[in-house]
Design a protein around this ligand. Structure first.
Ligand SMILES: *Cc1c(COP(=O)(O)O)cnc(C)c1O
Length: 355
């Protein structure tokens, strides 16, 4: 017997969600965003399911090399570009497409003697103020890259700060069009939220991430409404039951106190598995498919759930922490975070089952 926690990764769901992205993208090409170990799902595990995408987008050179070494031939976009000159030689070797966001990267490209020229995505900062050239430097950067022997092709990109929120994309899109409109280069601007809500942002290349894993980028729209299916289901089992008397407390700090006699189940799942420690009492879980809620603090290896209304459930009853039947978005909302963080946090120690 092993500890009963498992992460079930559904290939049909991954394929389905890519299909949804593809339909929204229209004629645009689709980067499947697989950064952060494919949002916790496992890079090499999801790569075959995302085979029909037009390319992969991620951060680490090592991950890009892993994709190449396992036979993936399509374009690979490095969302943060390269981090130094040594990287640049590998970028060329592996035929990768770096995002270029700063002048120091342009200078390295100009100084580079590469075995072959590489395509680049040039990033404009339209208000996120993270990565990207300020609008007044954009034309100069593009001009230099156009003349650069190391560069074989240019696509223009930006990233939205609030495509999932109230302000939307209008302001940033106008800025982008103002700075990029004079050039005749392909364009890539849309993340999941923009792709789903603003079809005009699809342009030439889209960059969906979270939607491919079956979660909603929007706080106010469920993944189900968007036609998405959860790719990851985190499941475990009840491994002990406690009958509480009125006034008994549960877990570290005694943050939960039974107001009446209660029956609680102890589940083999804790924050060291990736379940958010900040999930308060009342966070939903499924026990044998029926909804109940956590009680008390989440500890490293265990959490506790209310079984008072489920007298027939006991040791060995399956529990779903998120995924099929319980949206990760709903759990993350209770925990004061987003599904992105929860999926990425899935711990190495959790065995994965591909379904
Ligand atoms: C992560 C990322 C995406 C994907 O964002 P989602 O919200 O997961 O769709 C797209 N573009 C860039 C630059 C990113 O860093």
């Amino acid at each position: 017997m092993t500890r009963p926690i498992r992460a079930f990764i559904s290939r049909p769901a991954l394929e389905h969600n890519l299909g949804v992205a593809r339909r929204h993208a229209g004629d645009a090409r689709v980067w499947a965003v697989v950064k952060a170990n494919a949002y916790g799902h496992g890079l090499l595990r999801v790569a075959p399911a995302f085979g029909p995408a037009d390319g992969f987008a991620l951060l680490d050179l090592e991950d890009a090399a892993r994709l190449r070494d396992t036979g993936h031939e399509k374009p690979i976009l490095l969302l943060e570009g390269f981090f130094g000159y040594d990287d640049l030689l590998l970028v060329a070797h592996y035929r990768l497409t770096p995002a270029i966001h700063s002048l120091w990267q342009v200078e390295l490209l100009e100084a580079a003697d590469l075995p072959m020229a590489i395509p680049v995505f040039v990033k404009l900062n339209t208000g996120m103020n993270r990565l990207g050239f300020p609008p007044e430097q954009f034309a100069q950067a593009i001009g230099r890259l156009k003349r650069c022997r190391a560069v074989s092709g240019i696509t223009l990109m930006t990233h939205f700060a609030d495509a999932d929120g109230k302000r939307g994309v209008a302001g940033q899109l106008a800025l982008f069009r103002g700075a990029a409109g004079g050039f005749n280069f392909p364009v890539s601007v849309a993340n999941s939220a923009a792709l789903l809500r603003y079809p005009e942002t699809a342009c030439d290349w889209v960059r969906p991430g979270i939607m491919l894993y079956g979660c909603s980028p929007f706080p106010d729209v469920t993944a189900e409404t968007l036609g998405l299916k959860p790719a990851m289901t985190l499941g475990s089992e009840i491994i002990a039951v406690q009958d509480l008397h009125t006034g008994d407390e549960v877990g570290y700090g005694g943050t939960f106190r039974a107001g009446q006699p209660m029956r609680i189940g102890v589940v083999a799942c804790g924050y060291a598995d990736g379940y958010p420690r900040h999930a308060p009492s009342g966070t939903p879980v499924l026990v044998a498919g029926k909804r109940t809620a956590t009680v008390g603090r989440v500890s490293m290896d265990l959490l506790t759930i209310d079984l008072s209304a489920h007298g027939d459930f006991g040791v060995g009853t399956p529990v779903t922490l998120w995924g099929n039947g319980l949206a990760a978005d709903e759990v993350s909302r209770h925990a004061g975070t987003v599904s992105y963080e929860m999926l990425c946090a899935l711990a190495q120690r959790v065995p994965v089952v591909e379904t």
